[in-house]
Structures are given as structure tokens and as C-alpha cells.
Design a protein around this ligand. Structure first.
Ligand SMILES: Cc1cc2nc3c(=O)[nH]c(=O)nc-3n(C[C@H](O)[C@H](O)[C@H](O)COP(=O)(O)O)c2cc1C
Length: 361
């Protein structure tokens, strides 16, 4: 049976982190519901200002920080004693500002992907209780972070998420040409990262598997293969509590396995998404003649030279229900969604007693 998950000073009843889903797909409502059910709920930082009612067309970064705190408050209203944290992409222009806002908002856990969070411990130095969790896709990335944090800040990650580029949704930490080749071994990487901390540093750091985990069999497989817990994102989209509009969720329900594939993000990383409307996304920016307005990413080919499309506004349109011109990120399992359910029903399926499952069958 699944054991509770200890991360830093926090113990989650169930070994499950709800993966951060940017641009208000996982905001306060979903994060709060997951935390209330005994998992770790994450409010995702990217584009949180958009569709928040706080952005007035001029104050993006200020609104980002305010909206982030507002969503954390919402999550804590739902789960006052829950483990609520954030996902902040290192690639964001306001990464530092958002980490500070997360701390002000009472985040207990900070998960960082889309880049290596080399300086993160410095930003949180006055708040040692906040658990720090980098997302990596390779042993090499874990080695680099551990070495830098240990040497410079005398601390190590409180957990590490190992994200599988062959299955996860959103931006992926691997070159486009290396994805889907069959070379990558998710659980070998999980075990290597676990071993790194044991042998080099003599500590047992929880390693969390992310990507392609959908049902109880996947969860049990991940734990049997050496993961201490799982991070799941796509599975939580088709819930009443997910913060995206209904049309976004319906896109998951309607999509076929062959509709899911890879795009090249203007951030310079590949991303996994539903591909059925890809031409409309670029066309939208051409029709609107909109140059970059926000500067939300440190490096972005749309910001720099108008190449590709504006990813944050494309994700925002989808989140608001315009799935014709908007970008719907998803993992390879999204086609398995066949109805809108609740976060509690997912937890019951994943962690309910065997007997209860038999009775429900
Ligand atoms: C709609 C969507 C948005 C995502 N946004 C982010 C994000 O903002 N930051 C991040 O680190 N990961 C993001 N991810 C990745 C997830 O947090 C997670 O690690 C991954 O999708 C796990 O695979 P699964 O979807 O198969 O469970 C996103 C995934 C999806 C499906």
C-alpha cells in the first residue's frame, strides 16, 4: 500500500503531488482540493496574472505576484491545514519575484522546472521550512543542482521530481530529437537520482516520478520501480475543481491518442500538446499583429524576433475556453479522459481500500 510522503517538515497522507499546470489550469481551486484530499496541491505561476481580474494591460508583473498570493489564499480557504505549494518555472522573467510572492503567500513547497534552479536556496534562505523541489529529467541535472546547493548553500533538495519527457505534458526538459526514441528510461533515472543522494551525500531524498501516471496500476508500478511518490497533472484536468474552462477539459475528453504530439515552444523547449489546431495559433498572432506585450519569459523567440507564437497568450486563450486558437498542453495519457470527475473520486480510485474498490465494481 502507498505510504505517506515526507518532504522536509511536511508529511502528505498520500504520496502524490498534483503537477503545476501553468496559466491558471492549476490555480487555487485545484490545488486546494488536492491538498484537502491528502496530496500536495500546487498553484502554477506561469501567466497567473492573466484572467485574474488584477491585470490591467500595464501591470503584468505586479499583477502576477498579487494573483499568485490570491490563489494561494483561495487554496488555503479550501484546505486550511493542507500541504499547498507552488510551481515556478525558472524560465520566467519574474522568477525571483514569484518565489518571494509564494513565500509571502504561505507556500509550503516550491517546485521548479523549465531550467535549473541554481540560486533558489538563496531566495528562500530566511524560510528554511519551505521545501525546495527541483524538476529534472536527467541524472546530470540532479548532480549539477545538488553540487551547487551543497557547496554554496549547505543544503540539498527536499525532494526531486524526475519528469519523463516521453510522456509528460507542457514544456519538456529534453531536446526535441531525443524525445520518443525509446532511449529514455524513466525509472532507471529515478533510481539513479535516489542513489546519487545516498552515495554522494549519505541522505535519503524522496524522488517523485512524473509523466504518464494515470491510474492505480501506474501508481503502483511507479512505487514498485523505486519512486517515493508520483506527480500527476493531466489526470486532474477533467475534474470539477480544475481551474480551466469547460471547453479546455472537453478538449481532453474529445482528443484521440494520435492528436497528442510535440510543438516547439518559443521558449526554446519542446512541449506536448493537443495538435489539432496548431496552424490557428500562429495565425492568431499574425492576424492580431500583436508584438510581445508581456515579456513573461527570460528567453523567447516570439519576444525577440516574432518567431512562432506568443505562448502565454495562446495558453491563456485555451484556459478561457477558446480551444480553436488557444494551446492545450497535455501529457500522452490525456486521450484516456472520458468524463468530468472530482478530485476526491480520483484519490478514491488511486488510494481507496481494495475492498471498497471491489464493492464499487
Ligand atoms: C496543462 C499542463 C500545464 C503544465 N504546466 C506546467 C508548468 O507551468 N510548469 C511545470 O513545471 N510543469 C508543467 N506541466 C507539467 C506537469 O506539472 C507534470 O509534471 C506532467 O504533466 C506530468 O505528466 P502527466 O501529465 O502525464 O501526469 C504542465 C502539464 C500540463 C498537462
Amino acid at each position: 500500500m502507498a505510504q505517506p510522503l515526507k518532504i522536509g517538515n511536511y508529511i502528505a497522507r498520500y504520496p502524490l503531488i498534483q503537477g503545476g499546470m501553468g496559466v491558471r489550469v492549476s490555480a487555487g481551486r485545484l490545488a486546494g482540493a488536492v491538498a484537502q484530499c491528502g496530496g500536495i496541491g500546487l498553484v502554477a505561476a506561469p501567466g497567473i496574472a492573466l484572467n485574474s481580474g488584477l491585470y490591467n494591460g500595464k501591470n503584468y508583473f505586479k499583477a502576477d505576484a498579487e494573483a499568485f498570493k490570491a490563489e494561494l489564499r483561495k487554496a488555503y480557504e479550501i484546505a486550511p491545514d493542507g500541504i499547498i505549494g507552488v510551481n515556478v518555472m525558472v524560465a520566467l522573467s519574474d522568477f525571483e519575484l514569484l518565489v518571494k510572492a509564494a513565500i509571502d503567500g504561505g507556500a509550503k513547497v516550491i517546485v521548479c522546472g523549465a531550467g535549473l534552479p541554481m540560486g533558489l536556496p538563496e531566495l528562500t534562505a530566511d524560510h528554511p521550512d519551505v521545501a525546495l523541489i527541483p524538476i529534472v529529467s536527467s541524472l546530470r541535472a540532479a548532480q549539477l543542482i545538488a553540487k551547487k546547493w551543497h557547496k554554496t548553500y549547505h543544503r540539498l533538495p527536499d525532494a526531486v521530481v524526475v519528469e519523463d519527457p516521453d510522456t509528460a505534458g507542457g514544456h519538456l526538459g529534453e531536446k526535441l530529437e531525443n524525445i520518443g526514441t525509446g532511449e529514455y528510461d524513466q525509472y532507471a533515472t529515478v533510481r539513479q537520482v535516489k542513489e546519487l543522494f545516498r552515495t554522494e551525500y549519505g541522505v535519503d531524498v524522496p524522488v517523485i516520478a512524473a509523466g504518464g501516471i494515470w491510474d492505480r496500476a501506474d501508481l503502483e508500478h511507479a512505487l514498485a520501480e523505486g519512486a517515493d511518490g508520483v506527480q500527476m497533472a493531466s489526470r486532474f484536468v477533467c475534474t470539477e475543481e480544475c481551474d480551466a474552462e469547460e471547453a479546455f477539459k472537453q478538449k481532453y475528453i474529445d482528443c484521440r491518442q494520435e492528436d497528442i504530439g510535440l510543438i516547439m515552444s518559443p521558449a526554446g523547449l519542446p512541449g506536448r500538446a493537443i495538435l489539432t489546431n496548431q496552424n490557428n495559433i500562429r495565425q492568431y498572432d499574425l492576424d492580431q499583429h500583436t508584438p510581445c506585450r508581456l515579456g513573461c519569459l527570460k528567453k523567447c523567440s516570439y519576444k525577440e524576433s516574432g518567431e512562432r507564437f506568443c505562448i502565454v497568450t495562446a495558453l491563456d486563450r485555451a484556459q478561457r475556453g477558446d480551444v480553436e486558437t488557444g494551446l492545450v498542453f497535455c501529457g500522452t495519457n490525456a486521450w484516456k479522459a472520458d468524463k468530468i470527475t472530482t478530485v476526491q473520486a480520483i484519490f478514491d480510485e488511486l488510494f481507496g481500500e481494495e475492498q471498497e474498490l471491489l464493492e464499487a465494481a
